[in-house]
Design a protein around this ligand. Sequence first.
Ligand SMILES: [Zn+2]
Length: 286
Amino acid sequence: MQQFLSYFSENPAALYLAVGVLSLCIGSFLNVVIYRTPRMMEQEWQQECQMLLHPEQPLIDQSKLTLSQPPSTCPKCQSTIRWYQNIPVISWLVLRGKCGACQNPISIRYPLIELLTMACSLVVVAVFGATIQMLFALIFTWVLITLTFIDFDTQLLPDRFTLPLAALGLAINSFAIYTTASSAIWGYVIGFLCLWIVYYLFKLITGKEGMGYGDFKLLAALGAWMGPMLLPLIVLLSSIVGAIVGIILLKMRGENQPFAFGPYIAIAGWIAFLWGDQIMKVYLGG
Ligand SMILES: [Zn+2]
């Protein structure tokens, strides 16, 4: 590992190229995860309900969806997407954003998520250089991109991502990768509790539920990665961005549309993770 990192610290161009290509492919995989995870969860809920309501016939007969099976198909004509039609960004451009078989338009969101994943990954390289911190920061970034889009689509932050993210943050910080072990634990605890308190006060005052448990778990995970000191910055940044985008969406889509707060926590968390210390220094005038 040390040899691997020292090679790349001597050859920064090779590092940018390697991470650039890898992150485009990861972005392509994240598209699959973002699209399929909510559908997989829905299938699991249906099976669980069936098991409770009709124990004599516990399984609904449907082909089980996983991240790798069945292979990707066009949502309109069901023709299988071949490997050469699945090259990040390039295939979309070559096919001019249409299915190769039926000309059904393919959303521009797919290549945009691939490019976003690459851009964020290269920023991580620029901030951390060829270090162990960079490797884990890439994983952190990819999970946050996945959570942002799933929450944006479905208003869900699945436990299967937030809980392992928190566990990984606690585990690596036991070796003081980004912060000390005790700071990571306090970040986790305070991250969970501060939104939990806001949630209960809001519910007490308005009788409505303003956010979900996923939001607490995500903030707890962010605390586990960077400690409690940056949590106020995350809450502040996410409220500002969330309020601005919320007002715009309200104007565009009318009232009473479900509003996901998770994407703003994730974006603010990513900014705080990369530049939080500098922002705090400027802000506190030190
Ligand atoms: Zn098609």
